[in-house]
Design a protein. Structure first.
Length: 374
């Protein structure tokens, strides 16, 4: 807490909360009138309960005219940041030859300079691959995997809190055995590519927490339930082989209009935790593209979805990390999706285009205030 800040909320903070509450109430969303964190923001609220809080971070946002505002909300609200694109194969290895670490170095340097922990996303993924890697014969793809995991993690040894070592291993639409996702690394090593990646990661940086990260399991839909079943079966096979996984990442990309039963989902993640894993919620955002009505109504609905989801999953003691997929609407990946229902700017996150807190920020703050301590 900065010098001079009192432990009890300052009059300014309370007035700030009252103003926010009034504004939020105008949306029909009346946050619990509690002490807005006088100093540390959402990261401090989370830390008080033993939870790591942050968001993905894109260094290229720093180069925009709003770069200073962008950096400021992370300093205020985040305790940890995740590489959104800087550590992906397409960014590191656009062409054969030496790895281009310029973007990832800039990310880790920002984290260090601002006292933030760093998450590396993601070492091995089927997507966002340069064409030359997609074209590799299986044997060479296997050799690349061996070299890549070791090189990247050795470079940042001791500087990363955790890595999404493998991302999104399940894809029912690929119609492969066990619903595994197609890709050059599966073609090279079969399912063993996952265990091998984690073994290399453990050897390269024993101090980093190693995460298997997956999407699409939050929904109470046939697809969501299929993902949960396939992922649990995969995890049991990986565990039986002694794969060194420390935590399971649930991406948590929610969408207004999707069917959810967050209590049942919380039971599922508690069951995963019972296998001996920490739970990380790694890419939380709320897609509002199917919502109708004005901004106030959409923001209110988004806030309620954040509140409902976090109210359920933060009850699970094994949930140790919560990171959103950006903090500000303008930086969301959802701005780049197109389609007949996506003609308006997306409003999935906690700060609007002017970097002003939205009702969703207050919903997350309330969920953190209400959650049981780890
Ligand atoms: O940086 C280039 C820019 O120079 C160029 O002008 C522009 C237009 O071609 O592209 C820019 O690169 C884009 C990059 O994001 C940075 O904005 C890539 O085309 C685009 O494909 C890339 O999308 C990212 C996507 O992963 C693929 O890496 C999204 O930002 C990122 O949010 C998204 O994140 C994924 C997670 O890794 C896994 N879970 C799902 C999540 C959302 O799809």
């Amino acid at each position: 807490m900065p010098d001079g800040e009192t432990a009890t909320p300052s009059r300014r903070a309370m007035l700030g909360l009252a103003a926010c509450a009034a504004r939020s109430a105008a949306f029909g969303y009346a946050p619990i009138a509690r002490a807005e964190p006088a100093a540390g923001g959402l990261g401090a609220l989370a830390a008080a309960k033993g939870l790591m809080f942050g968001a993905s971070f894109a260094v290229q946002e720093l180069d925009k005219p709003t770069g200073a505002l962008y950096a400021e909300i992370y300093r205020r609200d985040a305790a940890i940041i995740t590489t959104e694109i800087e550590l992906k194969l397409h960014e590191l290895r656009r062409r054969p030859g030496p790895i281009d670490f310029s973007g990832s170095d800039r990310f880790f340097d920002f984290a260090t300079a601002n006292g933030l922990l760093a998450r590396g996303h993601t070492l091995i993924w089927h997507d966002y691959l340069p064409a030359w890697i997609k074209a590799l014969p299986p044997k060479e793809a296997g050799a690349l995997l061996e070299d890549h995991v070791a090189q990247v993690m050795r470079r940042y040894r001791g500087r990363a809190h955790s890595y999404d070592v493998v991302n999104e291993p399940i894809a029912p639409w690929d119609r492969l055995p066990d619903n595994l996702r197609a890709g050059p690394f599966l073609s090279a090593l079969g399912e063993h590519y996952i265990t091998r990646s984690f073994e290399l990661a453990r050897a390269a940086d024993p101090g980093a927490r190693l995460v298997l990260n997956e999407a699409q399991m939050e929904a109470e839909t046939p697809r969501g339930l299929e993902f949960r079943a396939s992922f649990l079966a995969l995890l049991k096979r990986l565990k039986a082989r002694g794969t060194p996984i420390d935590a399971i990442g649930f991406q948590s990309h929610l969408a207004a209009g999707t069917a959810y039963d967050f209590r049942r989902f919380a039971d599922y993640i508690a069951g995963i935790a019972d296998l001996g894993y920490d739970i990380y919620l790694t890419e939380l955002d709320v897609d509002d593209h199917l919502l109708s009505g004005d901004i106030a109504r959409r923001d209110d609905h988004v806030a309620r979805l954040y509140r409902a989801y976090l109210g359920a999953v933060l009850k699970v003691p094994a949930v140790k990390l919560l990171t959103l997929w950006q903090l500000a609407d303008s930086a969301s990946w959802l701005q780049h999706l197109t389609g007949p229902t996506r003609r308006r700017p997306a409003r999935p996150l906690l700060y609007d285009a002017e970097f002003v807190r939205k009702p969703a920020w207050h919903a997350v703050a309330e969920a953190l205030l209400d959650m049981p301590a780890r």
